[in-house]
Design a protein around this ligand. Structure first.
Ligand code: SAM
Ligand code: SF4
Length: 341
């Protein structure tokens, strides 16, 4: 089938998920749990109330949702959370999703604590792309940022994933002032040495803590430190719809990506939707409204058109972008772990 924009996508319904600003949505982030085994200071409170198990979408419901939205043009999926590896038998969901026709890209974001045990099953189920969150190689910083122990486990998880052949493996680092100044260069060296791509993420006002602009270390600051102390970097042409901008080391030994949501917002090219663990569809990380998909996914008989209509309405309601730099900005009630990063 040929779409309004002319490109060909198997089974895609004419027009796809285009919003009022002409942005075409093909990217879905699915949270499989709001629980976590860390308590990162920028993401969630120390004490959090988690959803009861029965509130979570089942693997069958998630898969049904993906099968229903794929013909609308969704072809990229990222599993996230909370900590997705806390969801029992996650490899079974991976296995179900890799079989959905038209899903071209499946990836997982994890804090890596349980990766060493689960990586073989995930690989066998068909997962290849991983983002592992790691802000520091310093055990004391890790303890302060994550409010738990676990650095050794994360490093062991990365090593197991590397040996199994996961590729690419990207290392997500949130750059927080007071930490990143010391941590970004060792992390960049570690990634370069191990064939990993460092992803520097600017700190966003979506956690439980009091966000302050001064705590944001910009992507440019990090790039400068890496360029001066590790190896010069050059920008490379990246996918204009991807949140990360890519830089290559001038000696050809690897890349660094930056997600500069604060200093260089990329809302104008946003192609993402988010499904929370309990089935709320969000058009933006910072959205103040959300659509409830779960009742439609549990309705008998299943009405795929009703689900597609709700998804279209959600996309149509999408705003032009977050208002972080405006006095009108309202922080969403949900913190990051309850949305899915
Ligand atoms: N628990 C998994 C993990 O940490 O990778 C997946 C969920 S976590 C919410 C997804 C990503 O969001 C992580 O890379 C994390 O560093 C990032 N994140 C969380 N809070 C953030 C914030 N306030 N600003 C920027 N990134 C944030
Ligand atoms: Fe957990 Fe990931 Fe949030 Fe850290 S960033 S508290 S690991 S969900």
């Amino acid at each position: 089938m040929r779409t309004a924009a002319g490109e060909q996508t198997p089974g895609m319904i004419r027009g796809g998920l285009v919003d009022r600003f002409g942005r075409r949505h093909n990217n879905l982030r699915i949270s499989v749990t709001d629980r976590c085994n860390l308590r990162c200071i920028y993401c969630m409170p120390e004490e959090a109330l988690f959803l009861p198990r029965e509130e979570l979408l089942t693997f069958e419901e998630i898969t049904r949702f993906v099968q229903t939205v794929q013909p609308l043009g969704i072809n990229k999926i990222r599993l996230t959370g909370g900590e997705p590896l806390l969801r029992k038998d996650l490899h079974k969901l991976v296995h179900m999703l890799v079989q959905v026709p038209g899903i071209e890209d499946l990836s997982l974001t994890t804090n890596g604590l349980l990766l060493a045990q689960q990586a073989p099953r995930l690989y066998e189920a068909g997962l290849r792309r991983l983002n592992v969150s790691l802000d520091t190689l310093d055990p004391q910083h890790f303890r302060q940022l994550a409010r738990r122990e676990g650095l050794e486990q994360v490093l062991a998880g990365i090593e197991v994933a590397r040996r199994l052949g996961f590729s690419p493996i990207k290392i997500n680092m949130v750059a927080l002032r007071g930490y990143a100044e010391k941590d970004v260069v060792p992390l960049a060296r570690f990634c370069r040495h191990n064939g990993l791509e460092l992803r520097i993420i600017e700190y966003m006002p979506i956690g439980a803590d009091q966000w302050e602009r001064d705590k944001v270390v910009t992507a440019d600051e990090c790039l400068q430190w890496i360029g001066e102390q590790v190896c010069p970097l050059q920008p490379v042409a990246s996918d204009p719809t991807a949140p990360a901008q890519e830089y290559a080391y001038s000696d050809g030994q690897g890349r660094v990506g930056v997600i500069a949501s604060i200093s260089r917002p990329f809302c104008h090219s946003c192609n993402r939707l988010r499904l929370t663990a309990e089935g709320k569809l969000r058009y933006c990380l910072f959205a103040l409204e959300e659509s409830d998909v779960k009742p439609l996914l549990r309705r008998q008989p299943f009405d795929s058109q009703a689900v597609q209509e709700l998804v279209r309405q959600t996309v149509w309601a999408k705003w032009d972008g977050h208002q972080i730099h405006s006095a009108q900005f309202v922080k969403p009630q949900r913190t990051m772990h309850a949305i899915g990063g």
